[in-house]
Design a protein around this ligand. Sequence first.
Ligand code: HEC
Length: 396
Amino acid sequence: MRLLAALLLLWVGLAHAEPTSLGPNYDVKADVAETCAACHGLRYLDLAQGYDTPAEWSHLIASMVKLPPERDRAISQYLAENYRHKPEKAPVLVQGDTDITIEEWVTPTLGQRTRDPVESPDGAIWWTGMWASLVGRLDPNTGAMQEYQLPSSARPHSIVPDAEGFIWYTGNSNGTIGRLNPADGSIKEFPTRARDPHTAVFHPNGNLYFTSQHSNMLGRLNPKTGELKEIETRKKPYGIKVGKSGDLFIAYNGTNAIGRMHPDTLLVRYYDIPDTATRIRRLDIDSDQNVWFVNSSLGKVGKLEVDTGTVTQWNSPSGPTSHPYSMTVINDIVWYNESGMRPDALVRFDPVTEQFQSWAVPSGIGIIRHTWETQDGDLLIHQSSSNRVGRVRIAD
Ligand code: HEC
């Protein structure tokens, strides 16, 4: 009997010594620290919803880095034991009458931080892979994808197409606005005074306007002449959109304000949004010229009536920590996401009925950081953690 127990112990010991091919000195914790922190801090492990099974961890890791099977097994096992599922991250999903379908595509280069999809005039979907300093083109009809390498120091935060099909990017790490010519892959760079161009938008007057978050600056580039004008502004200008009157509206992620900039003089008028803890990442404008915005820090969606400065806010379904992030208004319906939840929730808000409806993004990871309305009234989304671009077809 004692012999049997000893054999059993030996067997358990051997089973635990696996995976043998990694050798006796293999330290899984050190491997995680080295491999995963190559791109981001280990705090990202807490950001995720956590998984109880190695298979789910392995699935997530596969969108970021390709590991040999033994290390993938060891790391996934370790994470499943130490970073377990956090049910409290689940969004509050609200039922409703609107039907949508969401398609997602996985972009080729792993761990690129796929983000900010846009549609070019020919109907292609473009995205930027910020950490790999590339932009990519997806033909949504065939699923074919092509990636274009940009200067490695550019690390574009956002892209925007022009009417001729050139793709303009904000060189967030090398202080440039850049233009990619998809026909031959050539690039033209326009150096900025701001060190970190962030989000850009084309104006009907042909100029490109952009924010620079950490430089606290706003800029205007004339793409034809290369003339560039930049001004200082309040803290952390983030999203930017053109209003019906031609003024530009700016979201501030470092103070509780929305800015309104004149396209010619670049003079900015500020609207203070209640509560000094308010931080606004993105906004959009409806057909009545109301500015809709996400109150990211307080978990709300809000409306600013620009003539009176009146602000109305509604609590997002998943509450104060839901961190609403992207924002696009389509046919006067407000679409945004709850990036603090896992899975990331896509939310529809109807200003007339004041009703919410929400869905989990099917790939189930996160994060949507910027959205775009296509010519067909679809919504382009993405997942920056798991390298996906997506298209939401809206039935109403
Ligand atoms: C080549 C780069 C790269 C490597 C290597 C990498 N990641 Fe990531 N990871 C990313 C990117 C990009 C994101 C999204 C960052 C963002 O949007 O801010 C991310 C996000 C995450 C998240 C957050 C997921 C969520 O819910 O949003 C987790 C967890 C994570 N990574 C785990 C890992 C682990 C574990 C490893 C090591 C085995 C690893 N990563 C290695 C690129 C990488």
